[in-house]
Design a protein around this ligand. Structure first.
Ligand code: AMP
Length: 580
């Protein structure tokens, strides 16, 4: 397919804010596409969602590539960039103005764009910078101005076409199940009319389930086209969207949601690790599906020794334990292990973790449809119990409130967050926050929010970003709910510091305006607050009173943060914060 065809789709998508219309445009495109791989480019990616490889090219290098392709000086490119606020647009303008007409260059094709971008992501090490610049310049030289715009935006991972994962999923349903269910789009009314709604809804559920298992839009679109979605299952080696849990007010509420008897387990305050074994190799993924195998050689070794089975996927919480006192440590004390790229063995020695296995998705075959009681049995037969290293999560079967409460107290005094209560009959549902399990914890509600902007400090804080604009999720993206500056430290020894946050946010800046900056929504933090108030000041229509930084949540993605719906619910409830 020619890249121009894809760009025409990008332009149509960018020109409408209506979600249904976007879905329609994409579904038409997908139905006709000769290769579902274009779905990746439509997402602005070159690797599937579960593949962590990134293009990793700083805007400075892109300026260089634009300069090579257009002959314009870096200063001129930066001036145009400042004027338009979009390096993609700057490229379009300058590539369009290039003095030498490139009459003999080939029109850009999707595979060509794909290949060059993949090569960039695969190149590592010194001496590759020039080669990367060349690869981009090569694309820009053959590009029409509007094509150049999207090439640059793709590399910056900022397509700006307003395409969320929900729209992508719906477009797969529409493309491959639309005609069989009599789905028609009424553009005038912006309505989708479906003759056989139930069938259509069922297809939507199938597509979503397949996505949760495979995490790969291309793969799922292919299976949908072939009509073999029912055959999709989890594959060891390929991360699965984790099943999430609801919250219960207390033990009594917990029993009323999950039924009696229930499994009650320690809720460890660590981070979730999905542990895979396939072809003799062990791989570890975080809840955000990041591959962290290299960071945890200690876990790989202990899983290799103490978990039986040729191929499996298990769900576990890795929790830090004090190397000397052997007491559980809070998440923050080991969070640095997740991102660390060097001194890994040293860090493993200083900050050992204990692996608590609480679920199993695959053991020689898929166990997704097995009951939790059966899955727990499987865990107990697969996983050795080795103190301070690995074990099945602490677990109790009971229908007695007093017994469950006693267990809850025991969990808290061991340094855990609370307990999980689980329905014994239910299956494992990837990606869903279903009531098959609930968490009970005594702490007051905090919110998980993403930083979308910040302001440079004044005086002695002048070199740092010092006030952070935070947002929650909404259908349309992210909506702001307040500014946080309290709770962040000046010295790193005291906790998360301004300097640390500044370093995290600097590469994410997308625009600057006076002292304020806007950043890509990537850094997730947990905040405490006194109250949620209605307020016109922020785009959510709510503001947090006295928000306070609690901790960095490296284990969370922007797609995990709280939603505007949650705010509405919390603002309605505001049941005496801190009680429970
Ligand atoms: P939350 O992060 O507050 O939504 O709580 C759910 C998380 O608790 C899961 O994603 C796990 O990372 C963690 N967790 C700790 N212990 C358990 C357990 N026994 N069963 C399930 N999840 C657990």
């Amino acid at each position: 397919m020619q890249y121009a065809e894809l760009v025409a789709v990008y332009e149509r998508l960018e020109s409408t804010s209506k979600r249904l219309e976007k879905t329609f445009i994409l579904s038409e495109f997908l139905r006709k596409a000769d290769d579902e791989k274009v779905l990746l480019l439509a997402q602005g990616r070159v690797f599937p969602n579960w593949d962590q490889r990134e293009l990793g090219m700083a805007s400075k290098l892109l300026v260089k590539a634009i300069s090579v392709a257009s002959g314009a000086s870096a200063e001129r490119i930066e001036a145009t960039w400042n004027a338009t606020g979009d390096l993609g647009k700057a490229a379009a303008e300058l590539v369009g103005k290039k003095s030498q007409a490139t009459l003999f260059s080939q029109p850009l094709s999707c595979p060509k764009v794909f290949d060059n971008l993949r090569k960039i992501a695969e190149m590592e090490g010194e001496g590759t910078v020039d080669r990367k610049v060349q690869l981009v310049a090569e694309l820009l030289t053959s590009a029409q101005p509007n094509e150049a715009k999207y090439v640059i935006r793709t590399i910056l991972q900022e397509l700006r076409i307003g395409l969320g994962e929900g729209t992508l999923r719906d477009s797969i349903v529409w493309a491959f199940f639309g005609s069989s269910t009599g789905a028609v789009y009424d553009k005038e009314k912006n309505e989708l009319i479906v003759e056989r709604q139930e069938e259509y809804d069922l297809a939507a559920v199938r597509v979503q389930e397949a996505l949760d298992m495979l995490n790969d839009f291309v793969d799922v679109a292919r299976k949908a086209r072939l009509g073999v979605l029912e055959q999709v299952s989890v594959i060891p080696g390929r991360p699965v969207k984790a099943m999430l849990f609801q919250k219960a007010k207390d033990i009594v509420d917990g029993f009323s949601i999950v039924g009696k008897p229930a499994a009650v387990e320690f809720k460890y305050d660590g981070f979730r690790l999905q542990i895979h074994k396939s072809n003799g190799k062990i791989a570890l993924f975080t809840r955000r599906l990041e591959n962290v195998t290299a960071q945890f050689p200690d876990v790989v070794e202990c899983v290799g020794k103490h978990v039986r089975g040729g191929e499996f996927i298990i769900d576990a919480e890795a929790v830090g334990i004090d190397a000397v006192s052997k007491k559980y440590l809070p998440f923050q004390s080991i969070s640095q292990r997740i991102k660390r790229k060097y001194d890994i063995h040293e860090l493993a020695r200083l900050f050992p973790v204990e692996v608590n296995v609480f679920d199993v998705l695959f053991a020689g075959k898929s166990l997704l449809k097995s009951s939790f009681a059966e899955r727990r049995k499987a865990i107990e037969s697969m996983v050795d119990s080795v103190q301070y290293l690995i074990k099945p999560a602490e677990h109790l079967l009971t229908d007695d409130q007093a017994v469950a409460y006693e267990f809850y107290r025991r969990s808290l005094s061991a340094g855990n967050e609370g307990v999980m209560m689980k329905n014994l009959q239910e299956v494992y549902k990837p990606g869903s926050r279903v009531g098959f399990g609930v968490k009970v914890k005594p702490v007051m509600d905090t919110l998980e929010v993403v930083i979308v902007g910040a302001e440079w400090g004044e005086g002695k804080r002048g070199k740092w970003l010092a006030s952070f604009i935070v947002a929650v999720r909404d259908d349309a993206g992210f909506v702001e709910i307040g500014r946080v500056g309290t709770g962040i430290k000046e010295k790193i020894e005291e906790g998360v510091s301004f300097d640390q946050l500044t370093q995290l946010l600097l590469p994410l800046i997308v625009s600057e305006d006076g002292r304020g900056v806007k950043v890509k929504p990537r850094v997730v933090i947990e905040v405490d607050y006194e109250e949620i108030q209605k307020s016109p000041t922020y785009s959510s229509g709510f503001a947090l009173r006295f928000p306070r930084f609690v901790r960095l949540r490296e284990d969370r993605a922007a797609s995990d943060v709280n939603t505007r719906e949650d705010l509405i619910r919390l603002a309605d409830g505001q049941r005496g914060r801190g009680e429970q």
